[in-house]
Design a protein around this ligand. Structure first.
Ligand SMILES: [Ca+2]
Ligand SMILES: [Ca+2]
Ligand SMILES: [Ca+2]
Ligand SMILES: [Ca+2]
Length: 392
């Protein structure tokens, strides 16, 4: 092979390569994304606007179909179904989809729905599904006013203090929230908050709501309110009208501690449990006292079970104590079911001194055990009133 022939061959090779079809330019269509929306439900005309955008403008018109999808929010009840096609004109990079929200004044859980994109033309989908989170902002809960009720006055007694739970929020001159998830001496699982979801007034009731939700490392939230340093009493009659929560691991309590708790500690200060219920026994309440006996922490108490399988969660019942020097009696709906006097209390009888109130729902604990798959959340304790009467 001479040099000329070699050069000719290379020339042909170059010619062959340069005549070959160039590889097609990679198709680089605009990419479509849709963004999540989180908003309070509001009470009228709320619209969730989902932004849909392209990473770059198209050189042809772009279309994409969309449709709402139910999740915990339901079509018709929580949002209005919407589906259709949106168009991006040449050069346009953003667009929006409006979803109308069904508003009301009823307290609900936060609920979610989705907007799904599909079938794009002249574009591809990068993020095709958005979540709409409808946040609750309401406190109204419909509560039938059924059940036992006690009078607003008694012969021989004078009203010393009451809270009927009218108005918009707890009276801070009477009540303080206790906050946190220390376990509260009983290996409880809830985080007590002062958030509106966990304690609020609704239509003349105090509602304490235990919720299954992640909060500061806890799996449940609830509330615990006290009258310490604000309202404390020695002796009298106490009436508390309430509907109780239920379920495995749910532990509502309406109770009292000695006002000297902060200085001398428990159980030296004494504890009077006007009502406790462990949620897997929803027909039975317990009335108990705790104190420091000669041998250490001691408690005594009794219980009351509703007839015919009725539950304390069904309707209102009134939990009362008649508390006199050296003696305490417990009642449900004016039925006496337990009493104790100072002859039955060894050591120092701590119950003839000032006590303050505590209302709470614990979630889990040594006594009730822990929630399981049967436990329904949220659980609520609804308190219509607390009234304290002094004997004349
Ligand atoms: Ca609303
Ligand atoms: Ca709703
Ligand atoms: Ca609502
Ligand atoms: Ca009330």
């Amino acid at each position: 092979m001479n040099m000329n022939y070699k050069a000719y061959f290379v020339f042909i090779l170059i010619l062959v390569f340069s005549c070959k079809e160039p590889p097609p330019e990679p198709v680089d269509l605009p990419r479509i994304s849709i963004q999540n929306v989180t908003k309070f439900e509001g009470d009228d005309n709320t619209v969730f606007t989902f932004q849909v955008f392209l990473d770059k403008a198209g050189t042809e018109e772009i279309t994409v179909e969309f449709a709402t999808q139910e999740d915990t929010a339901e079509e018709g009840l929580d949002f209005i179904e919407n589906a259709g096609t949106i168009n991006f004109a040449v050069g346009e990079k953003s667009n929006m989809i409006d979803v109308e929200i069904v508003t009301d004044i009823n307290k609900e859980l936060d609920e979610v729905f989705h907007v799904q994109l599909s079938n794009p033309t002249n574009a591809t989908i990068a993020v095709g599904k958005a979540t709409g989170t409808i946040r609750n902002e309401d406190t109204f809960i419909e509560i039938p006013d059924d059940g036992y009720i006690t009078p607003e006055s008694y012969a021989g007694y004078t009203l010393a203090w009451k809270d009927e739970f009218d108005g918009d929020c707890l009276n801070p001159n009477d009540w303080t929230h206790e906050i946190g998830n220390s376990g509260w001496g009983n290996n409880e699982w809830q985080y007590y908050t002062n958030e509106k979801d966990n304690s609020f007034l609704s239509d003349g009731n105090l509602i304490i709501e235990a919720r299954e939700e992640n909060y500061n490392g806890a799996d449940y939230t609830s509330a615990r309110i006290i009258t310490q340093n604000k309202q404390s009493f020695t002796h009298g009659r106490v009436d508390i009208r309430a509907i109780l929560p239920e379920g495995q691991g749910i532990w509502p309590a309406l109770w009292m501690l000695g006002e000297n708790f902060s200085s001398i500690g428990w159980p030296f200060c004494g504890e009077i449990d006007i009502m406790e219920l462990i949620g897997h026994q929803p027909s039975t309440v317990h009335g108990t006292v705790h104190w420091q006996g000669n041998g250490g922490h001691t408690f005594k108490g009794g219980d009351y079970t509703l007839p015919s399988g009725e539950k304390f969660s069904d309707q209102y019942h009134v939990f009362s104590i008649i508390w006199e020097p050296g003696e305490i009696k417990w009642f449900v709906n004016d039925n006496l079911y337990y009493s104790i006097d100072n002859a039955q209390v060894d050591g120092n009888y701590p119950f003839d001194q000032d006590f303050f109130f505590i209302f709470n729902i614990a979630v889990g604990g040594n006594w009730p055990g822990y929630p399981d798959a049967t436990t329904v959340f949220p659980q609520r304790m609804t308190v219509d009133y607390i009234r304290v009467f002094d004997k004349n």
